[in-house]
Design a protein around this ligand. Sequence first.
Ligand code: 4AD
Ligand code: MG
Length: 483
Amino acid sequence: MFPYSRRFLSSCLNARSTRSIRELLQIKEVPVSPIEVKGWIKSFRALKKVSFIDLYDGTTNETLKVVIPITACPEVQGKPSLKTGQSVVIKNAHWKWTPNREQSFELSCSRDDVEILGEVGGDFPLQKKYVSLKQLRKWPLWKHRTTYLASLLRFRSYIETELTKILSNESFFKVQPPILTGSDCEGGGELFYVESNDSRITPGASKMKYFGQDTYLTVSTQLHLEVLALAMRNVWTLSPCFRAEKSDTNRHLSEFWMLEAEMCFVDDVRVLTQFVEDIIKNLVRSLLLQQNQLLPQLVPEEGADATEEVIKQWNSLINDKWTTITYTEAIELLVQRHSGEPFNHIPRWGNALQAEHEKWLSGTKFGGPVFVIDYPKDCKAFYMKVNSDNKTVACFDLLVPDMGEVVGGSVREDDYRRLIAEMEARKMNIQELYWYTELRKHGSVPHSGFGLGMERLVSWLYGNHNIRDAVPFHRAARSTIHL
Ligand code: 4AD
Ligand code: MG
């Protein structure tokens, strides 16, 4: 049981601050009038007899409408004009219930009661007119003040909180693996090298490695999670991962967040896929319960779906059983389609699936999420358990429309000899991963795990098509880090 009531916590907050717009819009009892509100002006309209302020404070998608009857403020002359973007505090706002209107109460005040906390310059880029997402990405300092992107960040916050609850209910413990590592978990070579600044600026120091060995930013925390799973059975983490991706696409970042989970005594890839399906479905059920809070009225534009589309998608996600096919079946389907309508990349058994293949399978062919299991072992990482055919591995990728792969996971090779043999066949540096192989010598058990790309999940569920919007300050190949 959570020891503090919501009422207690919000009264603590209120003692320090005024009520948020989110709280005000949910109010059921008449508050003692007059009240104080704080926020930023989204828009201001001055008519002959009355003016309207649309106020937001980042806590909800909705704005608070405040009315200024002109009669109430004859002293308006000489006051600076109210403008989009100004931060204000409104003192002495009077409250009146208006149950049949869009906002169930009316707040009114005089112009004198509106104090400007922060002025806005003429070069403030966010005005009332529409700005495309492409343009907003160039304004990282301001873009979060738009309804669409602030709502996307609140949506992400909600998803992270819900996934924490869901995994906790499934008896998973959240753990903190390191970000600085000495190995390339995926073997893809897309590593960022880490060295102290000293070795760069001090003459002769370049030969002294700070950690005494090559060190990188992690591409995946999986290997450390395996150590912890063998001590705590079920563990998970949500941490930044880094990849020096060459791909400059709408689904690749150089710095992204991965939710990774590792669980003992699971040795069947279909048990793993069922688990992933269950946790995402639970998440979506909870999104549906909160849909009005979570989604603003989304206007369809290039790279963003409309609200109705998003809700329709959530409903079909929870109502339909998701498809599972083997990689071999996927290739057969792709080859068939290629013979009629060619892809840019020829689908061939043994090759990785390309983004266009993934999108066709989940988007056109099955029209929903698809688990592709049992890939050829040469397409995948060294740690995956080899199937009895000796050609494929017990792994899966979860493909979804538009986004392609959102989750990847596998059963892990838990046998020392077989793991070493695979690493030798791949000419890997076994010494570097000494600790990882050693884990198979003492109390090794069958275990499995997966990694879920948080930005891809958030974008997919929000109906947004570019994961650069799902992280506040994106880092991607060839995009300058200026904020
Ligand atoms: O498929 P990946 O590479 O799998 C792993 O790293 C495993 N070690 C995870 C595990 O089993 N614990 O990455 C997992 C997911 C992908 O499905 C994708 O959603 C996301 O991480 N991802 C990226 N997201 C954004 N930008 C990138 N450059 C990404 N690379 C992978
Ligand atoms: Mg993958």
